[in-house]
Design a binder for this molecule. Sequence first.
Ligand code: NDP
Length: 474
Amino acid sequence: MAAFPERKSEERKHKNIPNDSGASQGQWGRAWEVDWFSLASVLFLLTFSPLIVYYFIMSCDQYHCSLTDPIIDVLMGNSHLSDIWNKTPSLSWKSANIYICWVTFQVMLYILVPDFCHKFLPGYVGGVQEGALTPAGTVNKYEINGLQAWIITHALWFANAYYFHWFSPAIIFDNWIPLLWCANILGYAVSTFAMIKSYLFPSNPNDCKFTGNLFYDYMMGIEFNPRIGKWFDFKLFFNGRPGIVAWTLINLSYAAKQQELYGQVTNSMILVNVLQGIYVLDFFWNEAWYLKTIDICHDHFGWYLGWGDCVWLPYLYTLQGLYLVYHPVQLSTANAVGILLLGLVGYYIFRMTNHQKDLFRRTDGNCKIWGKKPEYIECSYTSVDGTKYYSKLMISGFWGVARHFNYTGDLMGSLAYCLTCGFEHILPYFYIIYMTILLTHRCIRDEHRCSSKYGKDWKRYTTTVPYRLIPGVF
Ligand code: NDP
């Protein structure tokens, strides 16, 4: 197993302390060797993920968002798979043009417009920022301008909807399935390109991981931070722009469709737009912080991120809004307020937990958490060259409540989005089911990594804070 290379800047200042024999060894990022279970999971996901997305969207289009009716229909012989396929809208020139314009516009905003938001928004960190140290010892620079891209894109969207009328604000909904084919083409193209690039012209050859298994490498990625030129970073662009900027636009398009079909926008649709809008804006407000999260710090860029950002995220994270176009739910005031509160409390926990760790790590523990100096566990780990480093694991604030309370807040928010849709169908609940699996898996993945990294110090931490997500339960 590879040992941990040095990591964040606050840890680097402890350099040159001699190694000791009890140094913890661990694995950085994704695996070097592929076991049969990982390979089976990869093959399963590569085969079934595109089908799952298609199935959900087709169910809404042809079966009013029922996930069971298509299966029953086919099993009862009322319909053949070919009938369902023949009723599915195919790729059109119109959708291809929309998609090309959309992606080109986002690329231009990303590479051609340096950030100006940080110049007038107090507290916002934008412009050129440094990422975390990569396993090979590189610190990449990023142009953080996602908030600006989001603002410009949405300003143009509203200007069109209320003033210019160049296109219908429901354009995304109206072309949703043809756009799915375009998103798939881009998702596969960028993942395949990333794979070829890692063999032929990697941005940093020392940060590539080859397992020798083609499927695993394609899915989990080989290059750590593929780039074109100095600034076009695949991870930052694909996660943020076609994925997350699109999220709120897609929801707005659903709201416009409700207005067009029913002459009003329901309170449930407004709630989905507001709660997910807060989440998206939070992401862009904290885009510089995002550079230090697992996605950027540990994951390599392959199909998992490339296709996932182009297809999985925009299509499956927005299912509540899509469902509400077919089933406009008007919530009672009490239910609407209850859901709003759940969403806001979840968001508060999510944000404050992330903020507490960020503040703690930035100030090396010289800060106040809940009005007091934070308590922590001193821990150490060893880099590949045998140098010993020190770090701290906080046990105060939300980090003393559970080891991943940020995920708990995230899950509360996710549940709130789903509850806006009532209880008639399971489809809008996909998000909370998926997020529960994703974040539980992430807990285990992260803890495996931390345990390899910190060894006995991590054990002390898990004894002090025994639960992962819900105190007393898990
Ligand atoms: P975290 O922000 O929780 O970071 C985990 C890392 O923090 C660990 O690897 C460890 O790193 C450090 N750490 C762990 N415990 C402590 C502690 N007690 N004190 C100080 N540092 C600690 O994980 P993510 O990057 O996964 O998540 C970031 C956010 O993104 C979360 O809020 C999550 O909910 C959200 N998210 C949302 C997704 C979505 O699709 N909507 C998907 C994934 C995440 P080190 O090695 O530095 O010690």
